[in-house]
Design a protein around this ligand. Structure first.
Ligand SMILES: NC(=O)C[C@H](N)C(=O)O
Length: 324
């Protein structure tokens, strides 16, 4: 009989709507009261790690969660499920994907409707995530996200809708699998990656979104001795307004790694254009193109990489390949 461990961290899945109609955290996570999650194939135990809206989750919480998981992995646990707020779920999921080195399935889930709302999706998603974590087919698939009867890779999944239960999508590759009548079925497999374990976090890795007419102001503002990295979400395949270029050069001169992703929801950034601020010029200056990740995930990856001590060519190799 497989043992599945559920770690609760908060989010709408653990919240309730109050008399004023506001969705709020409760002292007692309503999911902890539900004790019929075990089946003939697996037993489920649950533990509350945090009870936070996911907008309150920090990289330090992610590190703590990864250490809780590592501790659990020293036991005979066969799968781990994490309940999490959906707003930053993709960041925690990808952080865990980067730092954990285990074939044991780790599956994140959440809900878009709180526990006492009509059509609440929390319990359904929790059951789906548990079934996924218990599936042999999930072993060695990296960290997964199971919501709305779809199974996504942590690496590429993103929240695409503010309120719809079908919010989690993988624009680049589609879901890895689906749940049919509660049973997970996989249709594709991601390329495997090498884990990048860390025991501490370097702070001040920033994310800026570029826009038409952007100037150097924001780039200059973060050119500080305390800055450890910058990710830029750039338009298109990775091109920036010319006015930003001197400020980016100044950051690179301070040995602050500058990573670029596309702000497009789909596709990869690539150094194609040769104009001032064009991708080719940025790459020649030393900007690292990170393919396939969105801005928030590239920021997580850069923070993990710098925290692991990667520098120069090693950092570039790790960052520029989404499959590393
Ligand atoms: N659906 C949700 O979980 C959203 C909530 N604001 C959270 O991320 O905590």
């Amino acid at each position: 009989m497989k043992k599945i461990l559920v770690l609760h961290t908060g989010g709408t899945i653990a919240m309730s709507k109050n008399d004023q109609g506001a969705v709020t955290p409760t002292d007692q996570n309503p999911l902890m009261a539900f004790d019929q999650l075990s089946t003939a194939d697996y037993t489920v135990t649950a533990q509350s790690v945090f009870n936070l809206p996911s907008s309150h989750i920090t990289p330090d919480h992610m590190l703590t969660l990864s250490q809780t998981i590592q501790q659990a992995l020293t036991t005979d646990v066969a799968g781990i499920v994490i309940t999490h707020g959906t707003d930053t779920l993709e960041e925690t999921a990808y952080f865990l994907d980067l730092v954990l080195d285990t074939p044991v399935p780790v599956v994140l889930t959440g809900a878009m409707r709180s526990s006492n709302e009509v059509g609440s999706d929390g319990l359904h998603n929790l059951q789906a995530a548990i079934a996924t974590a218990a599936a042999d087919a999930a072993i060695g698939q990296g960290v997964l996200v199971a919501l709305n009867d779809e199974i996504h890779a942590a690496r590429y999944v993103t929240k695409t809708h503010t309120t719809n239960v079908a919010t989690f999508q993988t624009p680049l590759t589609g879901p890895l699998g689906i749940l049919v009548a509660g049973q997970p079925q996989f249709f594709q497999q991601l390329l495997t990656t090498t884990a990048c374990p860390i025991s501490k976090l370097v702070p001040n890795v920033y994310l800026l979104k570029a826009y038409a007419g952007m100037d150097a102001t924001l780039f200059n503002a973060i050119n500080l001795p305390t800055t450890h990295g910058l990710v830029i979400e750039a338009p298109g395949a990775g091109n920036l307004p010319p006015e930003t270029v001197p400020a980016i050069q100044a950051l690179l001169a301070q040995h602050i790694p500058v990573v670029l992703v596309s702000r497009c929801i789909n596709g990869v950034a690539a150094p194609i254009y040769g104009d001032i601020g064009g991708g080719r010029q940025l790459a020649e200056l030393g900007v690292i193109f990170c393919q396939g990740l969105n801005g928030q995930k590239a920021r997580v990856k850069l923070q993990v990489a710098v925290s692991a001590g990667l520098q120069a060519a090693a950092l570039q190799t790790f960052m520029q390949n989404a499959n590393s």
